[in-house]
Design a protein around this ligand. Structure first.
Ligand code: SF4
Ligand code: SF4
Length: 469
């Protein structure tokens, strides 16, 4: 890998457009990702209780809604499991296919791609843009460059606003936003994201990938000689006497072969389409985001020449050296198993999360009170969390403390908890200890919460302690 760690200012990369398999895949992913991001907050989802937005981060209520899944603040460890899964999945995919995340899925790649699409529609393809960049400022340049930046700003603004819409009711928040009645946080979020999107996708572009993103720095530790990466087949391209343009009597494949020349006709198309402005023929480089556009470019040249495709292709170092690519290796299998385990753990966590939670905290000051009739009183703070979307009714009882009486203060009869809500109750337990025999000062017993109505059927039992003098 060549050393390009030092920032080397160069003129702005003006990639040429290209058609082909990988460009089609990238465009498909771009359309899908944009559709998901921009449409999701506008979609409604009927719930028995709670907001009707399909995806919503409800900060005041500390809830995250996605379809019928409701994530509460106490479920935040799902997020840690999700982040762990994302990390091992990234390692697994990178070990097999190099930087496919960078080339196809990264936000920076997607937004720069969209920005460049806008730019090429207004200013034309590479040659026209370079000419426009070099020409003196006149009406045409002001109109084209100004129009490009205006559309970039509009897309950046729409990106920022859309992000803000995930945190409130999209329809209501949009109406408030444009009438000056939205919360300050909504304006702050939208405009900060607008500014960062515009800065990163319009001005920084490939600089983020080359000089700022940490992922490009540690990718090399995940690559090995069996990783499939975008590579130039140097042996085929250079032959024994090097690459040469198809001039005069060097147009025919056989003639070139006979003279020791390779299949690279030195057209430079692979370099012109590269979004980071590098030459893949120089070998694996830190600036290569593995977008595979140089493969499309070179394949189209090979097609024109009538030669076999694949001078630039996804291949491994082993394959280029004439050996077989080994996919089943200890590291790959290890990352694969870790990915499966992390997925299973996340699914298990989400599916086994309790819909009814009971927590008991004993009041410690005072730990106990001796009443005039000789009985002892302990107090407890009880919290019942009904995480279902239906109202529920419960009966709270004591078990394992014979003759003890439970009093719930102002709560008389069954305990009723609204959907997706919690109820706090102050409980007192009065107990007359037996007058004979050995008596432990710390008696273990249980609180049993039995659902009488609602979605949950199973009772919830919590072990607690009763303290005696
Ligand atoms: S060298 Fe090829 S794969 Fe790498 S960034 Fe440039 S066009 Fe994409
Ligand atoms: S596109 Fe292919 S033939 Fe043209 S310079 Fe690149 S590697 Fe050589």
């Amino acid at each position: 890998m060549s050393n390009e760690q030092i920032i080397q200012p160069h003129s702005r990369v003006q990639p040429r457009s290209v058609h082909g398999r990988f460009r089609t895949i990238k465009t498909g992913i771009l359309i899908f990702a944009y559709a998901m991001f921009f449409i999701l907050p506008w979609l409604r989802w009927e719930r028995a209780y709670g907001p009707d937005q399909l995806v919503l981060f409800d900060i005041p209520a500390r809830r995250f809604y996605m379809f019928d899944l409701v994530m509460h603040a106490q479920d935040v460890f799902w997020l840690t499991a999700l982040l762990f899964l994302a990390a091992v999945l990234l390692f697994f995919v990178t070990t097999l296919f190099g930087r496919v995340f960078c080339g196809y899925f990264c936000f920076q790649t997607l937004w720069v791609d969209a920005f460049r699409f806008i730019e090429s529609k207004i200013q034309g393809d590479r040659v026209a843009r370079i000419r426009l960049e070099r020409q003196a400022w006149n009406g045409e340049k002001v109109l084209k460059v100004g129009g490009t930046h205006a559309l970039w700003l509009l897309l950046s603004f729409w990106t920022g606003l859309t992000f803000a819409l995930y945190w409130g009711d999209a329809y209501e928040l949009t109406a408030q936003f444009f009438t000056g009645q939205a919360p300050a946080a909504a304006y702050g979020t939208a405009f900060i994201l607008m500014a960062t999107t515009y800065f990163a996708a319009a001005w920084m572009q490939e600089y983020i990938c080359i000089h700022i993103c940490p992922y490009s720095r540690f990718q090399s530790v995940m690559f090995d000689i069996d990783t499939l990466i975008v590579s130039y087949d140097k042996k085929r391209g250079e032959g024994s006497t090097g690459r040469v343009k198809p001039i005069k009597d060097l147009r025919e494949h056989d003639t070139r072969l006979a003279q020791g020349h390779g299949d690279c006709i030195d057209c430079g198309y692979c370099v012109q389409v590269c979004p980071t402005g590098i030459d893949i023929r120089d070998g694996l480089q830190i600036s290569c985001i593995h977008c595979a556009l140089c493969i499309d470019a070179c394949d189209s040249i090979m097609d024109k020449q009538g030669w076999e495709r694949g001078l630039i292709r996804y291949t491994s170092e082993n394959e280029l050296g004439g050996k077989k690519t080994q996919f089943l290796k200890l590291r790959t299998v290890g990352y694969g198993i870790a990915t499966l385990l992390a997925t299973a753990y996340l699914v298990w966590m989400v599916s086994s999360t309790k819909q009814l939670e009971l927590s008991i905290v004993q009041v410690r000051n005072p730990l106990f009170v001796t009443l005039s009739d000789g009985s002892i009183r302990n107090s407890y703070e009880i919290k019942i969390n009904n995480k279902t979307m239906s109202p529920a009714r419960y009966k709270l009882e004591l078990e394992g403390l014979e003759g003890a009486k439970l009093s719930l203060g102002s709560e008389v009869g069954d305990l009723v908890v609204k959907p997706d809500s919690s109820l706090r109750v102050f409980a007192q337990v009065n107990y007359m200890p037996p007058s004979t025999g050995m008596i432990s000062k710390n008696r273990e017993f249980t609180f049993k919460l039995t659902p009488l109505e609602g979605e949950v059927q199973e009772p919830e039992v919590v072990v607690s302690h009763f303290m005696l003098p």
